[in-house]
Design a protein. Structure first.
Length: 145
């Protein structure tokens, strides 16, 4: 919390949340940290709209290949720094905080995926410039080995 650009004087995360975050934001965040993952043709996607669009296709592919790992890595990509649209603040310019966001997603999405698909194993990646995205990105895919 000492790295927060807001200069918070809160002693704990719960103190900070109680003073800076509304109920709607907390409930929205809870839904984001445990999304309703959707399965399409044996593939797992976090974004329901992406899943619905892909479900309408005969065959799944990307500009980078059509193997299952590439499909999931490509369509599950999240540009961490650009994710915050209207709510962007100074924190999105601090690489260590953006990396922390990726770690939080990996932790919570791993739990949510394990609950939804207990028989599957998922891999996560936080890296710069994945596929056609610039900046620090997050993605995941099923380990089919």
């Amino acid at each position: 919390m000492q790295q927060f650009p807001s200069g918070t004087a809160a002693a704990t995360f719960s103190d900070w949340v109680a003073n800076h975050v509304g109920l709607e934001q907390v409930l929205g965040l809870a839904g984001f940290l445990a999304p309703e993952f959707v399965e399409v043709k044996g593939h797992t996607f976090w974004d329901r709209q992406v899943g619905e669009d892909l479900d309408k296709r005969q065959e799944l592919s990307t500009p980078f290949g059509s193997d299952p790992v590439t499909i999931e890595r490509y369509y599950n990509i999240l540009n961490l720094g650009e994710f915050f649209l209207a709510a962007a603040d100074q924190a999105v310019y601090q690489e260590d905080l953006v990396e922390a966001f990726g770690g939080v997603l990996q932790h919570f999405w791993s739990l949510a995926l394990g609950t939804r698909f207990p028989e599957r194993v998922y891999r996560f990646e936080v890296a710069h410039d994945l596929f056609d995205e610039e900046g620090l990105c997050f993605t995941f895919w099923q380990d089919r080995s």
